[in-house]
Design a protein around this ligand. Structure first.
Ligand code: ADP
Length: 518
């Protein structure tokens, strides 16, 4: 057995030193302890289980949810001269037999397996005849319903610790709140696991959030700040990917699409063109990005709101992996909230409740108007040590907090009540700005005392404030048509007992994002 981790690091991977917390994570496994390791994307999690696998005398099993990820890792290990194999449904009988021969001959160091296969009785029995040194569970947030990508087959992995009590089991993930970490430990039956959590802050990322008013214009503004640089634009739906890509190319930008509806070859060609800088921008659904390690992504744009902050952290985190400044822009609308909520309709009640809570947290991030770095960190149970991150629209002074937020909020909430709590945000905004829309006249809403109360502001600004009030819990949207109602908190605002903050883009020049180096 090779004793020196550092020697293995140099010999197999050619690395001279560890990334933060890698050594601690490796030591924990080498001491035979169970562990839960949370390192951000790009934090170097693979090495945390691959290095012990090389050092241990027996076999290491790696549980992974996706065949593509397994294949990439096995190929990368082969290049480093480390014997690894995978067993999954895409193998031919010959390939599978070959893997088993190598397991029996004890020449294999790492075996990648999908969770459902690993827990089958046959497989467990065969493993009991093998010298098993270590079990690593990758993408471990899939274990928890509180995670963002729950997979029922991960739930059964608790059986591993029961069957192999002496073998250390370690769980790895990029995103886990304290609740998810506790759940991972419990579900996997880990024995007093050491929990190792890296910092989630990405100080080189500048976060900006805007209400979506004109998708193409807003997207082009970001692209124009990054001429000739690499970036990713995320859309919620495939058809948005196709549409936006065509519109951008027609305007002379070099982009290519990526979504799960394309052929495998088409996806690969576009991904390769992006990685090798043949195109600047990839326009994609969230199908794009897992396992992609491109260091010089300078911007990530979301043209719609993701459904959880875990997704947002992961997708925006693909920017600036080289540590240099990069920009993450999110364009949201109240409609996105409705779209996601509609998609959750068929879930089991408990899972649905969790998903709606996560969606609300995401929405609060958009509309809350607090430091974006701090909001993201708090969500993951950490705190920002400095008062001003100097790297988000809020701290850079790009948003104005309305001095008369309370009065504006009271006007909006009264209007919702006057409308009998039977209309959505768009219509309510029209009434408030005193629109001559035919529906308003037909409904005689131009006779309401709240008609035209906010006529000095553009409709989209008023609509955005309504969304901000929803995000701050003063109003609530429900039903198929997202009808607005006033919450208890909203009633406190009407009485002047609570003061919401309403923001709009600054009317004066913002200060520059500070240089990353200082
Ligand atoms: P994660 O799975 O946490 O997103 P990876 O394991 O894919 O991260 O590693 C991210 C990148 O960091 C990879 O390019 C990897 O080669 C590199 N890396 C990992 N460990 C080290 C190290 N100790 N020194 C230098 N580079 C490293």
């Amino acid at each position: 057995m090779m004793k020196d981790v550092k020697a293995a690091l140099a010999r197999y991977w050619g690395y001279e030193s560890f990334l933060p917390l890698q050594k601690q994570a490796i030591d924990s496994v080498m001491q035979g302890r169970d562990s839960i390791v949370v390192l951000p994307t790009g934090g170097g999690k693979s090495l945390c289980f691959q290095a012990p696998a090389v050092l241990f005398p027996g076999l290491t099993i790696v549980v992974s949810p996706l065949i593509a990820l397994m294949k990439d890792q096995v190929d990368a290990l082969a290049e480093c001269g480390i014997p690894a194999a995978r067993i999954d449904s895409s193998l031919t009988t010959d390939e599978r037999n070959d893997a088993w021969t190598r397991i029996r001959a004890k020449t294999l160091k790492l075996l990648y397996v999908a969770p459902e296969r690993l827990v089958s009785e046959n497989f467990l029995a065969l493993m009991q005849q093998t010298e098993l040194s270590f079990i690593a569970i990758d993408e471990a947030h899939c274990v928890s319903m509180w995670g963002h990508d729950f997979r029922p087959e991960y739930r059964q992995l608790g059986v591993l610790k029961d069957r192999f009590p002496k073998v250390p089991v370690a769980a790895y993930t990029a995103t886990a709140t304290a609740k998810v970490r506790a759940d991972i430990g419990q579900q996997l039956h880990l024995n007093r696991p050491e929990t190792i959590v890296g910092s989630f802050d990405r100080p080189n990322l500048v976060y900006r959030v805007h209400a979506r008013t004109d998708r193409i214009r807003q997207t082009c503004q970001v692209l124009d700040r990054h001429k000739g640089e690499s970036g990713i634009i995320y859309c919620i739906r495939r058809k948005d990917v196709e549409g936006l890509c065509a519109e951008l190319n027609a305007r002379g930008y070099k982009t290519a699409p990526y979504h799960a509806g394309m052929s495998a070859e088409g996806r690969k060609a576009n991904q390769d063109a992006f990685i090798t800088d043949k195109i600047d921008t990839i326009v994609a659904t969230i199908a794009f990005g897992m396992g992609i390690d491109k260091p010089n992504v300078r911007y990530v744009v979301h043209t719609g709101m993701p459904k959880t902050l875990e997704h947002y952290q992961q997708e925006s985190g693909r920017a600036g992996r080289d540590g240099l400044e990069a920009e993450c822009c999110l364009f949201y609308s109240g409609g996105d909230f409705g779209v996601w909520k509609g998609l959750l309709r068929d879930m089991q009640p408990r899972a649905q409740q969790i998903a709606v809570e996560k969606l609300s947290e995401m929405y609060n991030y958009c509309t809350g108007g607090f430091c974006r770095h701090r909001t993201l960190l708090r969500y993951f149970g950490q705190d920002l040590e400095k008062a001003d991150c100097a790297a988000c629209d809020v701290c850079l002074g790009e948003l104005d907090c309305m001095e008369d937020s309370l009065v504006i909020a009271q006007k909006i909430l009264s209007c919702i009540l006057r409308l009998g709590e039977r209309y959505g945000g768009g219509y309510t905004a029209l009434v408030l700005v005193g629109s001559r829309d035919q529906r308003i006249a037909e409904n005689h809403h131009d006779a309401l005392t709240t008609y035209g109360l906010l006529k000095d502001y553009p409709r989209h600004t008023v609509h955005d404030w309504i969304e901000q009030l929803v995000g701050q819990g003063c109003a609530c949207k429900s039903g198929e048509y997202n009808v607005l109602t006033v919450t208890d908190r909203g009633r406190c605002v009407l009485k002047g007992l609570e003061k919401p903050r309403l923001l709009r883009p600054a009317q004066r020049p913002a200060r520059e994002a500070k240089a990353v180096a200082d």
